[in-house]
Design a protein around this ligand. Structure first.
Ligand SMILES: Cc1cc2nc3c(=O)[nH]c(=O)nc-3n(C[C@H](O)[C@H](O)[C@H](O)COP(=O)(O)OP(=O)(O)OC[C@H]3O[C@@H](n4cnc5c(N)ncnc54)[C@H](O)[C@@H]3O)c2cc1C
Length: 464
């Protein structure tokens, strides 16, 4: 019996797709990563469907790559060794909203738009990205250690996971966090930290079928302060960010070079000298509190300089201000519209931001490119994410080759500066792992082998 025949025995006909045009849609993204077409796509509706397909894939030794909306970029959902793509978008139940204990449980196909919508109706919210595609999966965003709208408050999105349910590579169903030993999905401590067996593994240890995260009351007031930095590549950029974080009044500190879409048009027009715009948001229960927090940020900025130039307090137009405060605002996404764009990224201490950007910019200029940067401060040890945005022409082979060389150089610069590549394709992960201790690599291999004994889950990603 062939795999397709065996699948026909466990799923209905509309849950298996081998149409060539469909398979092509799952084979690529907007980045420079080479396309790879799966052999077939399955669309489970229940956890039992997932279990049955995983067991079958073990029998046939066929790789499985889970995907929801495939909006991530840098090849994250591309089935590197073909086989089965498991599209989980039909598993989209909101399993529970527990207002009393302030958590929510969803299936993989529940979109960020659904999460935002159902919570808004109750005057609640949770951390979702600033402007990602509306159809993006909340669960995938948490698992990939994504970047929400206020990472300085919430940390990488995976910090928010209270618990999860997963189908392991061998087909067993497990629950981690409080849901593993209590009726409630409210926490992952004080227990052995098993959520980490799935967060940051990009589907290579199992398929997560439910996830829980905290929900919050909407703050009564929110305000934004915009600072302008003329020479962002000065080494004291890191000290400025650290001082702002130490003030402990902002819940988001994000920096963008002028070409990044978050920078308002009016503020850009008002001063063409600015190389980096820093947006800090503050929130609170009263206007008095907001004013005091704003004052503290402005006072500090007033006394600061970067690269020998004073930090400027930018005045935002009504429109720019309200646009920024409307974040998160989700977008309509069509991969073709974003065709030819890539954003190699890493997590790296603030103290390394300026040096790293200088080196990346030099590498880009040497190949005739102008990079744009987005930097976000995370809660924790004064570190954050750095994204380098690059556009190119996907139809021009020479251009694609140039970008591949450049992205490789950017990754080397990140790693040489002590950064950790994020959402990276296998070759970039390998560059990172060349710096890892033997014990770390061995432990990863052991975990992978234990959870996925036949190596069928997203092979080539992380290990194997
Ligand atoms: C314009 C734009 C802006 C964006 N902005 C942001 C941003 O600010 N912050 C941010 O974090 N992201 C951002 N993204 C990236 C992306 O949209 C989000 O991270 C999104 O939540 C990922 O969801 P997805 O459905 O596209 O995941 P997919 O791309 O389908 O999957 C992501 C990864 O998770 C794995 N996976 C999927 N489902 C499962 C599962 N059930 N179990 C185990 N593994 C699984 C996949 O194999 C893949 O490796 C942006 C993307 C675009 C195009």
């Amino acid at each position: 019996m062939s795999l397709v025949e065996a699948l026909a025995e466990i799923l209905s006909s509309n849950q298996v797709d081998v149409d060539s045009a469909t398979l092509t849609r799952y084979s690529y993204d907007a980045s420079e990563c080479p396309a790879a077409k799966p052999d077939l796509v399955v669309l489970p509706v229940t956890v039992q469907d997932v279990v049955s397909v995983v067991r079958l894939a073990n029998r046939f030794r066929v790789p499985i790559t889970p995907v929801v909306s495939g909006t991530n970029g840098w090849g994250l959902h591309i089935p590197l060794r073909r086989g089965i793509v498991m599209d989980l978008s039909r598993m989209k139940k909101v399993v529970e909203i527990n207002e009393e204990m302030r958590y929510m449980v969803v299936e993989p196909g529940t979109t960020v738009q659904t999460v935002q919508g159902v919570l808004a109706q109750r005057g609640l919210y949770t951390s979702i990205p600033k402007s990602c595609p509306a159809q993006a999966s909340m669960l995938a965003n948490l698992l990939i250690q994504g970047m929400g709208a206020s990472p300085l408050r919430f940390g990488p999105q995976s910090d928010m996971i209270n618990g999860l349910e997963a189908v392991l590579g061998g087909g067993e169903v497990v629950r981690c966090g409080s849901c593993g030993c209590s009726p409630y999905w409210f926490a992952r401590t004080p227990l052995p930290e098993l959520v980490g067996l799935f967060s940051g593994w990009y589907g290579s240890t199992g398929i997560v079928t439910k996830i829980s995260f905290p929900i919050y009351k909407k703050p009564a007031y929110i305000e934004v302060v915009c600072l302008g930095i003329e020479r962002p590549f000065g080494k004291d950029l890191g000290s400025l960010i650290s001082s702002l974080v130490d003030l402990d009044v902002a819940e988001d500190i994000s920096c963008y070079t002028p070409g990044v879409k978050f920078v308002g048009d009016d503020v850009k027009r008002s001063n063409s000298e600015i190389g980096l715009y820093l947006y800090a948001t503050v929130s609170g229960v009263s206007q008095i509190l907001i004013k005091a927090k704003r004052r503290a940020l402005v006072d500090l900025a007033d006394k600061s300089s970067v690269g020998g130039r004073p930090v400027r307090i930018m005045s935002l137009s009504k429109e720019d201000r309200s646009k920024y405060l409307k974040l998160p605002s989700l977008i309509d996404f069509d991969v073709e519209r974003f065709g030819g764009s890539t954003n190699p990224c890493c997590h790296i201490p603030f103290s390394k931001w300026a040096t790293t950007m200088t080196q990346v910019q030099r590498a880009c200029h040497s190949l005739g490119r102008k990079p744009e940067f987005r930097l976000e401060a995370f809660s924790g040890s004064h570190y954050g994410s750095m994204m380098t945005y690059l556009r190119f022409n996907k139809d021009d082979k020479k251009d694609v080759e140039t970008i591949r060389r450049l992205v490789r150089r950017v990754v080397e610069i990140y790693v040489d500066n002590g950064g950790l590549v994020w959402k990276a394709p296998p070759w970039a992960w390998k560059i990172q792992m060349n710096k890892s201790s033997a014990g770390f690599t061995k432990l990863l291999t052991k975990v992978k082998k234990t959870l996925d004994p036949n190596g069928i889950m997203s092979p080539s990603r992380i290990i194997g």
